[in-house]
Design a protein around this ligand. Structure first.
Ligand code: TRP
Length: 332
């Protein structure tokens, strides 16, 4: 039986935190049980904002090592760098001819930048390059080149998926044929919510994250900084309204959860104790992943090899797709 295809990409912009781990890496990797999976590092998307060659290269290795450390099997799935697949850029050019400028004007991220410029009395397009403006077209090519069935993404990418579908539909309509498979977004909502150090959603923009690969001692220190209320040790505490417990649930098994829950309710447990318990379950889960990450990031030759193999396999599929498209549209 032919498995369906799932694809997702991550833009290399910095080391992941546990919100990314539970919201993105883990659910995306879960799909490999059911789908043929393709994962990539969106380095050309990152180039729109990162112009330092060494930086972008290092950040790309970090994302590759993170995928692998989190359990990506490079034989079973395809892992590659966006920049290595030439056909993606040819497909982008084709998609451009069917993408109205108006559609791009409506992209949330572009609109937010324009709004910000206006508020700061700058030219509306200040700092906007064409890579940023056409970001959704390259993203559509990433997806459509493989006839992807599903694309797991965060809520912030929902509009980009809608644009991909829009562009693909207008192409299919024009050629009266399914030249491109219409993909479906898998929006990570419930799993996407991880509580940060201050009780809000864990996010880089709130500066409340717990980095995934933090060394043990630093991890413990950071957990001790989780904001708590001023209840005394004796008081009974509510596990369902507590950042510590909410994080604990992500890492602890059912028995551990029930046990800590009863300690909360009984009273006589201080926040320091709950934090220590959290540190222990978290560290037990994260230390093997952290070790693997540290091992991989020191083994760039191995990562290069994985990415080269992935690029070869991906290129073959995309070249075939592009040859088909060129023929169908009268360029072949
Ligand atoms: N835009 C995505 C992000 O910023 C990354 C990305 C690029 C992507 N191309 C993609 C995600 C294709 C899914 C499918 O997170």
């Amino acid at each position: 039986m032919n498995k369906k295809i799932a694809l997702t990409g991550i833009k290399p912009t910095g080391l992941p935190h546990i919100g990314n781990y539970f919201g993105m890496y883990i659910p995306a990797l879960e799909l490999s049980k059911e789908y043929n999976t393709r994962y990539f590092i969106a380095d050309y998307h990152a180039l729109n904002s990162i112009k330092d060659p060494q930086k972008i290269s290092e950040l790309s290795y970090e994302v590759a090592a993170t995928w692998l450390a989190c359990g990506l099997d490079p034989q079973e799935s395809i892992l590659y760098k966006q920049s290595a697949i030439q056909g993606t850029f040819e497909l982008t050019t084709f998609l451009m001819a069917f993408t109205s400028k108006g559609l791009m004007n409506r992209a949330h991220s572009y609109k937010a930048m324009v709004q910000n410029n206006i508020e700061n009395s700058k030219d509306p397009d200040d700092g906007v390059n064409m890579g940023l403006f056409t970001y959704p077209v390259l993203m559509a090519a990433d997806i459509l080149q493989f006839d992807s069935d599903v694309v797991p993404v965060g809520k912030d990418q929902k509009q980009h998926l809608e644009m991909t579908i829009d562009i693909a539909q207008s192409i299919n309509h024009n050629y009266k044929k399914e030249l491109l498979k219409i993909p479906q977004a898998l929006i990570q909502e419930s799993t996407g919510y991880v509580t940060g150090l201050d009780g809000r959603k864990m996010s880089k923009s709130y500066n409340n994250t717990i980095p995934l690969f933090l060394p043990e001692k630093k991890l413990r220190k950071l957990i001790m900084k989780i904001v708590t209320n001023s209840q005394t040790l004796e008081e009974s505490k509510d596990p369902d309204n507590c950042s510590i417990f909410s994080l604990y649930k992500l890492f602890a098994n059912k028995d551990q959860q029930a046990d800590l829950r009863s300690k909360y309710l009984a009273g006589g447990m201080g926040w320091g104790y709950a934090k220590q318990e959290l540190f222990e379950v978290m560290n037990a889960t994260l230390s093997p992943i952290r070790d693997e990450y540290n091992r991989l990031i020191e083994n760039k030759n191995y990562i290069d090899q994985v990415l080269k193999d992935g690029a070869e396999r991906a290129s073959e599929i995309v070249s075939e797709k592009m040859a088909f498209i060129r023929k169908e549209i009268g360029l072949g």
